[in-house]
Design a protein around this ligand. Structure first.
Ligand SMILES: Cc1cc2nc3c(=O)[nH]c(=O)nc-3n(C[C@H](O)[C@H](O)[C@H](O)COP(=O)(O)OP(=O)(O)OC[C@H]3O[C@@H](n4cnc5c(N)ncnc54)[C@H](O)[C@@H]3O)c2cc1C
Ligand code: FES
Length: 333
């Protein structure tokens, strides 16, 4: 264990040699900025004032030569090589309701959702609750580092975490999960993480926008919102976008919720014309704008999926004057 001090806030916490600065801070109940946890977004940057660190992932995309020159590192990737003094903005709203825990996931089984998305269910060796919309980190044997996956289920006990994962051709982790894992096999789990979770206190209708692999967190949020006492007079709109009809999913996951068809409304959309498709066409941000127009300003909007999709939704929402604090998202780098 090493000691890490944030002198500007007079705060000290400990970090295991094989942990990262960001994750150790969150485990200690300290709120520091982050988003992806895999070295891609750059939001967890901090400055080393004293001491040495190294990155877990070689040349993470969210880090530059300029950062190195200024002794700035990525909190989600930086492992301590000595005691440290660091400079990082502390933010109470980044604090985890449930501090992240490192555990094992014992594989229970799977169910196919589409031709390339599958639900994987794990029993968690140290039960860890999460807020709907959060994600966990999985490391598989022989994989190439950790990967982030959002949980699709809702749980008070945290005994099981369910993931909806899209196969990436040639992908290190997804290839193992789709082709190698057997019931009883173990993976490393760490979490929960993430800020794009359900805000039960927000007094607005909810819009969930999912594209491709972004299904899981929107399903979890919809499942929780459907039964939340605080949200019973709120509508929940769920828009799922895929390329063609065979990619469309999500309805089965939410169709058994109380209020489905009246308070909870599901809209699928395809971006490429498909034979026989009679539903909406276009990208999810276009469909959302077409359906709600200026009404978007009065909604709490959650979204998850590939970075270009998330960027397009963000651009559309900002152009239509949706207050930034009503937007909650994870980009699936
Ligand atoms: C917050 C978040 C939530 C996500 N949730 C989901 C989800 O619910 N369902 C889903 O299908 N996908 C999700 N993803 C995407 C997922 O994490 C993987 O990127 C994807 O499954 C491809 O992994 P792979 O190992 O099969 O492919 P690879 O091609 O082997 O890996 C590709 C990805 O891994 C990253 N990467 C490469 N090397 C490293 C390393 N050493 N350490 C860390 N990252 C590395 C790259 O940035 C790249 O995006 C999420 C991503 C993020 C950031
Ligand atoms: S780069 Fe560290 S949280 Fe995204």
């Amino acid at each position: 264990m090493v000691e890490i001090t944030i002198p500007s806030a007079n705060v000290t916490f400990t970090c295991a040699e094989d942990d990262t600065i960001l994750r150790a801070a969150l485990r200690a109940g300290i709120g520091v900025p982050y988003e992806c946890n895999v070295g891609s977004c750059g939001n967890c940057r901090f400055e080393v004032l004293e001491g040495k660190v190294e990155h877990e992932r070689e040349n993470p995309p969210g880090w530059s030569e300029r950062d190195l020159q200024r002794n700035r590192w990525l909190g989600c990737q930086a492992r301590p090589l000595s005691d440290l003094k660091i400079k990082v903005p502390m933010r109470a709203d980044f604090k985890s309701k449930y501090p992240p825990v490192r555990s094992k996931g014992i594989f229970l089984g799977f169910e196919d959702i589409t031709h390339d998305i599958r639900e994987f269910r794990f029993k968690v060796s140290i039960p860890s609750p999460f807020v709907p919309g959060q994600y966990g980190l999985i490391e598989v044997p022989g994989g190439n580092g950790i990967r982030a996956y959002s949980m699709a289920n809702v749980t008070d006990s945290g005994e099981e975490w369910h993931f909806n994962i899209r196969r990436v051709p040639g992908g290190k982790t997804t290839s193992y999960l789709f082709d190698g894992i057997k019931p009883g096999d173990e993976v490393s789990l760490d979490g929960p993480y993430g800020l794009a979770y359900l805000r039960e206190d927000a007094p607005r209708d909810i819009l969930c926008l999912a594209g491709g692999s972004g299904l899981a967190p929107m399903v979890s949020i919809t499942r929780a919102a459907a039964v939340s006492d605080k949200l019973q007079d709120r509508k929940i709109h769920f828009i799922y976008g895929g390329r063609s009809a065979r990619d469309i999913c999500g309805e089965k996951q939410i169709s058994d919720l109380p209020g489905f068809g009246s308070r909870i409304l599901y809209t699928p959309a395809v971006s490429e014309t498909s034979d026989g498709w009679t539903g909406r066409t276009g990208f999810v941000h276009e469909v959302a704008l077409d359906m709600f127009g200026e009404g978007l300003r009065d909604m709490e909007i959650y979204f998850a999926g590939p970075p270009p999709m998330a960027d397009a939704i963000m651009k559309m929402a900002v152009a239509n004057k949706v207050p930034i604090q009503q937007l909650h998202f994870d980009k699936f780098y």
